[in-house]
Ligand binder design. Structure first.
Ligand SMILES: Cc1cc2nc3c(=O)[nH]c(=O)nc-3n(C[C@H](O)[C@H](O)[C@H](O)COP(=O)(O)OP(=O)(O)OC[C@H]3O[C@@H](n4cnc5c(N)ncnc54)[C@H](O)[C@@H]3O)c2cc1C
Length: 549
């Protein structure tokens, strides 16, 4: 089959977070009507997540609807392509984008590439963490954590075993950065507000413990606000352990050096790691990385690679010095003095994305004038619980309701469109007068029976369709036929099929028809992947059987 022609753009923005969206908006402003044909934004979700507010979803003080924004609305001036970038060939100026199960990879070509892919979470260095810790990176994580907290409280309410009750009501948060302090504050407030509904539960058993490896909280910002935040959280009953690292965990215990706590709920906000695609792109093309971030100059261009730009968490952008020549980066004298590169925070990602878009529009428009990144930060705000935040703006520190109100007002200003602003404002106003929604919302889709029965002539799948399962025949017989209808193989009781498609291109090569009344068990592609990742001998065995088909 001839391959589909590539989509071609002057600029492709890889990613759909703050840096990407603000870059696309600046390009749309700079290029006007031309932007839609010249600029594409490629992101694996069609909405942007406002990560700084995820902790409020955990604490049930914000609806998940209010922390996401449709990228098509935010970036209506450019082409938006929803798909996962699977590879980038920089010398060829092309990337492969996977749009979904029913279409193959689409080739997207570019003259300029903007890297705004953020980072990933890698917890593999702490034994047990990958398996047991809860994360907070996207809306799904926030909803899962919220329902788990409520579930733990419900379970504690039903047990008469005092030790089990303690374990269920103890919540440990690892990492004292933005997301750690926000999550600790939110869980504390959620417990305080709803425990009154559970008269069987002694309030003092509900404990929230925040563990941070550094000497003060909020290492992304400054020490004084970190100390301020620590006092505030302690005052509200959060226990804080500084200068300690988690060394391991099981389903019921977390180890911190010599100490340990019995708990079933550990939230990890650490383990940020470079995006693997960026790491391989940089090593294949000799691009400089600083601790996994792509090094740019102060105009957001990647050095020695014309047409390559980067911004946001995945970029190491020189931090401008206040009242100094902008190109001179700050020298890092100790771990507590400013780093030479901008911090990985939303306010920097937004400013970098906007400047990058402006500079690119100037290059594409033929002017070629590019500006340097001059932003050094407006101040800092971190929400630390229900209707409470800590802030430092223009050297002044404050906390409580005013800081929190400021925090929400800034968010509201950033929402696209009057209608959305009004809807969110109305919901927030109503929330001020009513208690949190603590219904135990779990996305539990109805479980389908994994076993199935086919009658003679029933078709299980057609050649060319996407493969979602691996099958084991319990009784009867399945015939596999080539696309031209000729027989390929028959599968009998105790035998299996599907591994070849799942291990390779996830497409069926054969059509499967029941030759007799047949009983099958289907194992989903996700479970299949977990099994072969976990056990090399099973993987090797299936690779051998796949090759023999
Ligand atoms: C819980 C939490 C709380 C935070 N609180 C604060 C705060 O209070 N203040 C603050 O300033 N900062 C905060 N931050 C940090 C802030 O959210 C980040 O600095 C910011 O999101 C970085 O933006 P970005 O665009 O660089 O990356 P991201 O927002 O991470 O965006 C990366 C994008 O790339 C997409 N992507 C990745 N891989 C692919 C692929 N293969 N194909 C297609 N698309 C892909 C992702 O889906 C995503 O859309 C917080 C972060 C978290 C997680």
């Amino acid at each position: 089959m001839p391959s589909a022609p590539a989509l071609q753009f002057d600029v492709v923005i890889a990613g759909g977070g703050f840096a990407a969206v603000y870059c696309a908006r600046a390009l749309a402003r700079g290029l006007g009507d031309e932007a839609r044909n010249r600029v594409a934004l490629v992101a694996d979700q069609n909405f942007m997540v406002f990560q700084p507010m995820l902790a409020e979803v955990v604490g049930a003080s914000l609806s998940p609807r209010h922390v996401v924004n449709p990228i098509r609305r935010l970036c209506s001036g450019v082409t938006v392509l929803r798909g996962s970038i699977s590879s980038i060939d920089l010398p060829a100026g092309a990337m492969q984008v996977n749009a979904g199960d029913f279409t193959g990879n689409v080739s997207v070509e570019f003259k300029h590439l903007v890297l705004t892919l953020g980072g990933i979470v890698d917890l593999s260095r702490v034994p047990g963490m990958t398996e047991h810790a809860f994360l907070l990176k996207n809306v799904g994580d926030a909803l899962k954590l919220r329902s788990t907290i409520i579930d733990r409280i419900e379970e504690a309410n039903l047990t008469s075993d005092a030790a089990a009750m303690e374990r269920l009501l103890r919540f440990v948060i690892v990492g004292g950065g933005y997301s750690g302090v926000e999550t600790a504050g939110q869980i504390r407030d959620l417990g305080d507000e709803i425990l009154g509904l559970y008269p069987r539960l002694p309030k003092e058993l509900f404990r929230v413990i925040l563990i941070h490896s550094g000497p003060h909280l909020l290492p992304e910002i400054n020490e004084s606000l970190g100390r301020y935040c620590e006092e505030n959280l302690k005052g509200r009953g959060v226990e804080i352990i500084l200068g300690s690292r988690v060394s391991g965990m099981t389903a019921s215990k977390v180890y911190i050096g010599e100490r340990s706590f019995e708990t079933h709920t550990v939230v990890s906000t650490v383990g940020n790691a470079p995006h693997p695609m960026l790491v391989s792109l940089c090593s294949d093309n000799s691009i400089e990385l600083d601790r996994g971030r792509v090094v740019t100059d102060d105009t957001l261009k990647v050095k020695d690679h014309p047409g390559l730009w980067a911004a946001g968490d995945c970029a190491a952008v020189p931090m401008p010095v206040k009242n100094a020549p902008v190109s001179e980066p700050v020298k890092a004298a100790s771990p507590f003095t400013p780093q030479p590169f901008c911090p990985p925070t939303a306010q920097f990602a937004v400013r970098q994305g906007t400047l990058l878009g402006k500079n690119l529009a100037s290059v594409l428009g033929g002017k070629g004038e590019v500006e340097s990144f001059k932003f050094t930060g407006l101040g800092e705000l971190a929400s630390i619980g229900h209707r409470a935040a800590v802030a430092e703006i223009m050297g002044m520190q404050f906390s409580g309701f005013f800081a929190w109100w400021l925090w929400r007002s800034i968010y509201l200003m950033k929402l696209p469109g009057l209608e959305r602003k009004l809807r969110v404002l109305m919901d927030w106003t109503l929330d001020l007068f009513f208690p949190r929604d603590i219904s135990l919302f779990q996305s539990r889709p109805t479980q389908r029976l994994k076993g199935m029965r086919l009658e003679v002539g029933d078709i299980l799948f057609h050649a060319g369709e996407p493969a979602f399962s691996f099958y084991i025949v319990k009784s009867g017989r399945i015939d596999l036929r080539n696309p031209d209808g000729t027989p390929a193989k028959s599968v009998y009781p105790g035998d299996h099929f599907g591994e070849r498609a799942l291990l390779h291109d996830r497409k069926w090569q054969f059509t499967a028809i029941a030759a007799e009344s047949t009983e099958l068990v289907a194992i989903s592609a996700g479970v299949f992947d977990s099994i072969i990742d976990a056990d090399k001998s099973i993987r090797d065995f299936l690779l051998t059987t796949a090759a023999s088909h």
